[in-house]
Design a protein around this ligand. Structure first.
Ligand code: SF4
Length: 160
């Protein structure tokens, strides 16, 4: 076994919100590049698997801003919550689809952990926006990944 094979065997994959890695996937076409994320990946010798659930679901970039009208991602998965666009379109189905795609990529690539962007309606781990108010809750993708046993980590939980 050569050194490259040995190194790649010991490195673990981790699902990461694409915008945190510098990809311009956000609703406004911008990134949320995080030095704390880059440092963590390097320190832990992890292989990042970038996903943007909203792009995976087929949404355009830029796209309308979205937020929860009631409940959070767990409630959207259970059929009792609602995520809406700023022009009032109900987005539950497309958000569930993006979450399912992200889960599929996590499973195919062997990710046991996911490092996600806080307060996103897809990726939020501890908080989401209910209307314009930041409140406790999970995004739809974070909720689905957690329900399937992945360890979901907020970028805000990493040391600076
Ligand atoms: Fe980033 Fe997640 Fe929003 Fe995509 S859905 S832009 S990965 S926070």
């Amino acid at each position: 076994m050569d050194q490259n094979q040995q190194t790649s065997k010991t490195r673990q994959p981790i699902l990461v919100s694409a915008c945190l890695l510098g990809l311009p996937t956000r609703y406004d076409g911008k990134t949320k590049t995080s030095q704390a994320v880059a440092d963590f990946l390097k320190r832990e010798n992890l292989i990042p698997v970038p996903v943007c659930p909203e792009q995976l679901a087929g949404m355009t970039t830029p796209r309308e801003k979205t937020f929860f009208h009631c409940g959070d991602g767990c409630d959207v998965l259970a059929g009792t919550g609602t995520v809406v666009s700023e022009t009032g379109k109900i987005m539950n189905e497309i958000f569930r689809h993006g979450a399912a795609m992200a889960l599929q990529i996590a499973q195919l690539s062997g990710c046991k952990r996911a490092l996600l962007k806080e307060r996103s309606p897809s990726c939020g781990v501890h908080q989401i926006y209910l209307g314009e108010q930041a409140t406790d809750g999970m995004g739809v993708t974070a909720a689905l990944l957690a329900s399937r046993g992945l360890n979901v980590i907020s970028e805000e939980d990493l040391p600076l």
